[in-house]
Design a binder for this molecule. Structure first.
Ligand code: 5GP
Ligand code: ZN
Length: 136
């Protein structure tokens, strides 16, 4: 992908602060961290999102995510870590090259997640579950 920022980062055409790399993945500091140490794990090949990324590459991304998370937790004294992956515009994806966010958290950082949670209505959970299951 010629105009993909993350492909340019992998090629070294755009500078980045490297944290880790192996044959499949590259990890680097997010340029605008939610908290210090916020890291992105990306496949070296261009895939747009989770749907397009092959399973073995997703596995490599998750393995790297675990390794890096442990290092961040111990060395940056994170009280917690959020692992997120935004897929599609509606979910907040801005860069359309598959990536996992590793976001270190502290108990007093003031961020909160997921306003607007609600319980299922009567019968709704069974209906939703069967829709998902029949598509697996
Ligand atoms: P998304 O919203 O697509 O899940 O997240 C994209 C992330 O990429 C954002 O957190 C943003 O700060 C980060 N980002 C965008 N451009 C660059 C860049 O050129 N370099 C680095 N290191 N991070 C970037
Ligand atoms: Zn790309």
């Amino acid at each position: 992908m010629n105009d993909c920022i993350f492909c340019k980062i992998i090629k070294g055409e755009i500078p980045s602060t490297k944290i880790y790399e192996n044959e499949d993945v590259y990890a680097f500091l997010d340029i605008a961290p939610i908290n210090i140490g916020h890291t992105l794990v990306i496949p070296k090949k261009h895939f747009v999102n989770i749907y397009e990324t092959p399973e073995d590459i997703m596995l490599s991304m998750m393995k790297a995510t675990k390794t890096i998370s442990k290092a961040i937790k111990s060395e940056l004294n994170a009280d917690g870590i959020n692992i997120t992956m935004n897929n599609d515009l509606a979910a907040g994806q801005i860069i359309f090259h598959s990536h996992i966010h590793i976001i270190p958290r502290t108990t007093d950082d003031g961020f909160s997640l997921w306003h607007g949670k609600r319980p299922y209505h009567e019968g709704e959970s069974k209906e939703v579950a069967s829709k998902i299951i029949q598509a697996l």
